[in-house]
Design a protein around this ligand. Structure first.
Ligand code: TXA
Ligand code: MG
Length: 339
């Protein structure tokens, strides 16, 4: 069971003070940990980009505690967004809408739209309510890397660059929010997540999928993203063990994320047996990949997940993680090899 902890009054007050002073605070949400800064303070938002090593033209999500503050950030609330917000907020859904006139360019990457989310995690809610304003927060990882789903991941990723990490235990969902753009009378799914396409279509009808033609490039939509350092490859189950064996022949260590135990012993493999339920798999995915990233393997081999919609968010993150892994295997003796 996931432990959801509430922060003490002292912790929340400290976090709010840091945010008001333009400093960064990491906090848990039910999806992943966010690296938060005052969304109304351009210097604070710039600091987020610096700490993450993220290019300045990539927009961040503004978090608010409820729909009551939405009007401060958008120029209009499209009816489709209103419907989605009423149904799925607070929760793992981010809505892209036309930006309001007072929003700083550094938040939106200069685009005329803005992404808004109302997270459900009690500690995120506590922080947002106490702060009162919007908190700009990307996932609290270095640019292009795995999102943190535990407080210790944030420390690992960012060290002392963040003043305070609120520890809310493990994130329940474990993958970033679903992103839906509601613009010009249409809805478009930009990133799959725990709120599924079927749920969204069930509520509002037609939904386009994928980046809009001619859309500005944004990090969640670049193929290479959410990646471990070790090259990652997605492999069908029927090829998995033969591939592990062929790496063994070449003297290479591999790390495996599968959905069953190996049928024979592989001396060269660190093997994690993940859940066959998409929710449980997603909950653990980034923590497992972090673990496998540290075993000194030359490759992480991930068993292909089912081609069902319930697995869309997981499949999306795996395919992005493998897209940034087009690196050649190390030469024998160059790392990731068997002792
Ligand atoms: O679950 C989440 O969404 C987490 C937690 C912390 O809320 N946040 C998160 O932020 O994943 P980040 O920055 O890692 O990803 C936000 C994505 C980016 O990929 C960006 O492309 C997209 O949101 N985005 C932000 N503003 C946008 C906009 N105006 N139009 C289109 N996409 C936008
Ligand atoms: Mg991110």
């Amino acid at each position: 069971m996931v432990r959801v902890v509430r922060a003490t009054q002292t912790e929340i007050e400290a976090a709010v003070e840091f945010l008001r002073a333009g400093e960064l605070v990491a906090f848990p949400t039910e999806t992943v940990y966010g690296l938060g800064g005052n969304a109304s303070n351009p210097a604070a938002v710039r600091k987020i980009f610096e700490v993450k090593g993220r290019p300045a033209n990539h927009p961040v999500i503004v978090h608010i505690d409820s729909i009551r503050y939405l009007h401060r950030w958008v120029s209009e609330v499209p009816p489709l967004a209103q419907q989605l917000a009423e149904r799925f907020w607070p929760g793992p859904l981010t809505l892209v809408m036309p930006r309001g006139p007072n929003v700083n360019d550094v938040v939106t990457g200069g685009q005329d739209t803005i992404a808004i989310r109302v997270p459900a995690h009690p500690m995120a809610q506590q922080l947002l309510t106490a702060f009162g304003g919007g908190i700009a927060a990307p996932s609290a990882n270095r640019f292009g890397r795995l999102s943190p789903t535990r407080a210790e991941h944030v420390r690992e990723e960012l060290g002392d660059a963040v003043k305070l990490v609120l520890d809310g235990g493990e994130c329940q969902i474990g993958l970033e929010s679903t992103i839906v753009a509601c613009l010009e009378g249409r809805a478009r799914l930009l990133r799959p997540g725990a709120v599924t396409l079927a749920q969204i279509r069930g509520l509002i009808g037609a939904v386009d999928v994928g980046a809009a033609p001619g859309a500005p490039r944004v990090p969640g939509s670049t193929p290479a993203h959410y990646a471990p350092v070790t090259a990652l490859e997605v492999v069908p189950l029927d090829r998995l063990e033969e591939l592990v064996a062929s790496h063994a022949q070449a003297g290479r260590k591999v790390a495996v994320l599968a959905m069953r135990t190996p049928q024979r012993a592989h001396r060269n493999a660190t093997w994690i047996n993940a859940s066959r339920r998409p929710e449980a798999y997603a909950h653990n995915l980034y923590a497992y990949l972090r673990t496998l990233d540290k075993v000194g393997a030359s490759r992480i081999l991930v068993q292909e997940v089912p081609a069902e919609e319930r697995w869309d968010a997981v499949r999306d993150r795996l395919s992005r993680a493998s897209a940034s892994s087009q690196t050649p295997l190390p030469e024998d003796g160059a790392g990731g090899v068997l002792p």
